[in-house]
Design a protein around this ligand. Sequence first.
Ligand SMILES: [Zn+2]
Length: 87
Amino acid sequence: MSKTHYNPYASTNSEEDGGEQAMCGTYFSEDGNETNDKESVTCKKCLNKLEKIDKWKDETEEHILNDMESFVSFCNENIKTQENESI
Ligand SMILES: [Zn+2]
């Protein structure tokens, strides 16, 4: 029987699922599935790790947001410097 693994980024379009490894570390068999619907997860490893995976996801998204903020302020600094130089 095929297992459904948890992936918060799982796409409903199966053609876009490029990974060969589930979030729990299991390699997909040919009939392996991923879902972002926790109710549909049947993989016990994923069920045990649901909270960890969600935490990881939140942390990753926080990092991306932080990086964007520092990137924006970095750009603003550069713009200021250029303005000062041109005066
Ligand atoms: Zn799994």
